[in-house]
Design a binder for this molecule. Structure first.
Ligand SMILES: C[S@@+](CC[C@H](N)C(=O)[O-])C[C@H]1O[C@@H](n2cnc3c(N)ncnc32)[C@H](O)[C@@H]1O
Length: 186
């Protein structure tokens, strides 16, 4: 819970910032989704409900307690389509060319080696697959990660492009965040 710059993140707070469902609006039944740096799995659970039993959700986080909380939530909700593991995004490729959407929520700036994490995304994503990056605007705010570690939309877009994705869309989401969507090609 302390991963947002010491700001306790409950669902109501998150929903005051953005509508999570609209961030996953392109996710449909039967799709495969990978949530990298998933934390407690707020988006993992939403995605698992959207892709349904015909779909599949992969999730990874370096924090074992967060993964355990995610597993508990999935069990409580009766969701059987999630594979969650403890690990580093830098070391995780769940499968080759098998994922429709690789997702990062408020985490891209946290990785020790973001380029390696994105290279792994390129390996996982299908030829026509997508990357979605939700992150904090690079502005001073009374909460969230420190200004100096935040990625501007331009910085994040360049990293995503360098990993072999084409930038489709950059959108401001509420007052504090942006999303970048990238398409894999080839
Ligand atoms: C700000 S939280 C965001 C969690 C989640 N995506 C969300 O929206 O609530 C960042 C998460 O990234 C995880 N993390 C940091 N570095 C990581 C790494 N190298 N590999 C995997 N997870 C990492 C942290 O443990 C933490 O759970």
């Amino acid at each position: 819970m302390g991963c947002h710059g010491g700001f306790a993140l409950d669902e109501a707070t998150r929903r005051s910032w953005y509508t999570p469902e609209s961030i996953l609006q392109e996710l449909n039944s039967g799709m495969v989704f990978a949530d990298i740096g998933c934390g407690d799995g707020f988006f993992t659970i939403l995605a698992a409900k959207k892709v349904g039993e015909q779909g599949k959700v992969y999730a990874v986080d370096v924090d074992p307690a967060a993964i355990q909380r995610l597993k508990n939530k999935a069990k409580a909700e009766g969701l059987n389509n999630i594979t969650a593991k403890v690990g580093m995004g830098e070391e995780t490729v769940f499968c080759n060319k098998c994922v429709d959407v690789v997702f990062y929520s408020m985490v891209l700036h946290d990785f020790a080696d973001t380029s390696k994490v994105l290279k792994n995304a390129k390996q996982m994503v299908k030829a026509d697959g997508q990357l979605i990056d939700l992150d904090w605007k690079k502005q001073e705010m009374p909460f969230g990660p420190p200004f100096k570690i935040r990625f501007s939309e331009e910085q994040a877009s360049n990293l995503i492009k360098n990993a072999g994705f084409q930038i489709d869309n950059v959108t401001f989401v509420g007052n504090y965040h942006y999303t970048i969507t990238g398409k894999s090609f080839g």
